[in-house]
Design a protein around this ligand. Structure first.
Ligand code: ATP
Length: 262
């Protein structure tokens, strides 16, 4: 499989006392579905946000499909970002717009600024956006305002918006952290099924080890900004997971409780 992303000697310091990220080497190949786990403050969000440069890194290189993201100028960065979809914990929808318009925002990176300003989406973009909404069970919500939806429904719109971009890679930053267990399953199923069917690689930050094991083909465990584990889910033994969460075991116990009541 072709390499999509290569990270080398990456460091992010928010201040002289906080090294949020310290990664020697990380590669992501086409079609990989990777869960990033680790305790609160481990550096999961910083890692994801460095990849599309929502966070500026301090040292090292990030190469996405041959482009140095960390050095890219505005035009190059726009191109990179059009190929990387993002799903946010708090959905980041435009509340006053319809569900359909929110999904169509995924197409903005491919349009001229004027066409975007006047919402001149093509008919095929509209049809594809509606088809995506059907696929995630939102066929009756297409013309509703985004703020009329439940959290789980809003996140499915967020998933469709990322998919509408037809990206090579999706970054999902704790996409289920604000959802109840049932909605979490629906959202994770939607992300996993669509990425697998469309051959999109995915990096998804998760708090729940069990969810990571259920969906991912590869798990990366981070603590203190460093990668402590990188391997298939079956290699993540209880002992290795405990090592990642050492000192913050309560976070793992809380997760297990949540799953018991799912
Ligand atoms: N904007 C910021 N300014 C200063 N420090 C920050 C900033 N963002 C993150 N940090 C620090 O960087 C470290 C990594 O944070 P990050 O949000 O990446 O962790 P995380 O694993 O995503 O945590 P969580 O699971 O709680 O969201 C933490 O010590 C955090 O306090």
């Amino acid at each position: 499989m072709t390499n999509l992303l290569t990270i080398r000697n990456l460091k992010k310091q928010y201040s002289s006392s906080t090294t949020a990220l310290d990664i020697d080497h990380l590669q992501v190949k086409e079609r990989e579905f990777i869960a990033v786990i680790g305790p609160s403050g481990a550096g999961k969000s910083t890692l994801l946000r460095s990849i599309n440069r929502l966070v500026e890194t301090t040292e090292g290189s990030i190469e996405f499909l041959g482009c140095r993201v960390d050095q890219a100028r505005a035009k190059e960065l726009r191109k990179v970002r059009s190929q990387i979809g993002m799903i946010f914990q708090h959905y980041n929808l435009v509340n006053r717009l319809s569900v359909l318009e929110n999904v169509l925002h995924g197409r903005l990176g491919y349009m001229s600024s004027w066409a975007g300003v006047f919402n001149r989406y093509s008919e095929s973009d509209r049809q594809e956006a509606i088809a995506l909404l059907h696929k995630v069970g939102l066929e009756n919500e297409v013309y509703k305002r985004a703020d009329e939806l439940s959290g789980g429904q809003m996140q499915r719109v967020g998933v469709c918006r990322a998919l509408a971009q037809k990206p090579q890679l999706i970054l999902a930053d704790e996409p289920i952290a604000s959802l109840d267990p049932r909605s979490s399953t629906v959202v994770m199923d939607a992300i996993h099924r669509n990425c697998t069917e469309q051959g999109i690689a995915c990096l998804v930050n998760l708090h729940q080890v069990e969810v990571a094991k259920r969906y991912a083909s590869r798990i990366i465990g981070i603590k203190g900004g460093k990668i402590l584990f990188d391997g298939p889910p079956e290699a993540l033994t209880e002992e290795r997971a405990s090592h990642i969460y050492e000192g913050k075991e309560s976070e793992m116990i809380e997760q297990s409780k949540e799953l018991m009541y799912a």
